[in-house]
Design a protein around this ligand. Sequence first.
Ligand code: NDP
Ligand code: 2IT
Length: 449
Amino acid sequence: MITKKSILEAIEIVKKRNPAQPEFLQAVTEVFESVEPAIARRPDYIKNKILQRIAEPERIIIFRVPWMDDRGEIQINRGFRIEMSSAIGPYKGGLRFHPSVYIGILKFLAFEQVFKNALTTCPIGGGKGGSDFDPKGKSDNEVMRFCQSFMTELCRHIGPNTDVPAGDIGVGAREIGYLFGQYKRIRNEFTGVLTGKALAWGGSLIRPEATGYGSVYFSDEMLKTRNDGLKGKVCTVSGSGNVAQYTVEKLNQLGAKVVTLSDSEGMIYDPSGIDEEKLTFVFELKNVRRGRISEYAEKYNNVEYYQGKRPWGIKCDCAFPSATQNEITADDAKTLVKNGCILVSEGANMPTEPDGVRVFIENKILYGPGKAANAGGVATSALEMSQNAMHLSWTRDEVDRRLREIMTEIHRNAYETAKEYDYPNNLVVGANIAGFTKIADAMIEQGLV
Ligand code: NDP
Ligand code: 2IT
């Protein structure tokens, strides 16, 4: 009773203090409500005001990013870095460049990142950053000038033992390169301050693949609990960026068939499956030509393109949302269940609306929440940091083996924690409590800071 009251009060405080940040409130509410059984066992969490402290970023940096476009016109964007929690390691998390970016989106992402990173077994705190800059339609030179201006300010706040950014939506290998170059130039220091770097200058093998591969490994662990596997499963994937591409690659390797991809304009449905050759076309289309997924339907026969649609109306066994937040509504979730979907593994961050999550849980779907299922990306970033610190590089097999082990351990931890707290098979409760208790205990041990 006291526990419930304390949680509701904490949610009220977060709501009052952060008006007009619905995504942040959504993420906080989900975690706070689901950790109730852990707080009920630990009155010291209430006494130490862990909920209030954990939802308040340690530091937020907001800055002007002026740059000049190819026509010589001045452009102004806004840059952010949310340093959410350093309880278990330096701040770690991606940068998102997308016109929808504002402080509420980045705070939700930073908050999720804290628990995700705690689950990885690696010593990394949580952060997130980015800008409302839209890389779409910009020349490489414009992207470079923007990245240089962004890093000119950011470089005073980050460092290999302080805060280590990486990619997210709109930030891939090209952007990380420009950001790294400018950091090195200003600080005169060649160091592992960013992850997702290219191989020749400190990057790790498997980091580009890691989020997608990890989400598939996680789905495999979920299926194993029902003595099932991915072979022969029909899968829908949303998005067509970094996470989606490597999700398709690994699903193909494990004998599944992927029938959809999407972008912000629409989706393609290819009933015969996106095989290796077609995936090679997608890599080139999205990463080199930076085109639209609709071109896939123009290139291949018997493929349908649905403008403005997401893949959730297509019948499938397993769904891999890998585009963005709140891309699965409660109605989408009902449609998936009705069509026989047995598994959802979230490559994206918070892709399912809260009512959709409830539909999955009530229907006993194998549901892997993003902070567990997509943790392979940041975990492999932590492996990149380790390699940088040791000034060496592991082989592809070595990194992939470690990634596989980490995903297995995240699943085991979430699964066992759910059981321990009497919510068997509920990986939302399991992942949230496992991440939360690790952070909360570290905070108490380190005193009131
Ligand atoms: P990319 O920029 O490589 O790709 C994003 C894809 O999602 C594109 O196909 C994009 O379409 C689509 N998309 C983006 N915003 C929207 C939107 N508002 N509505 C519909 N579609 C959208 O990003 P990533 O693949 O890296 O990231 C995808 C998701 O995975 C994000 O939620 C991210 O936070 C999460 N994630 C990423 C990790 C990583 O290591 N990269 C790690 C863990 C999670 P379009 O091209 O039309 O914009
Ligand atoms: O959401 C995420 O976990 C990421 N975008 C990856 C972060 C990282 O530091 O690799």
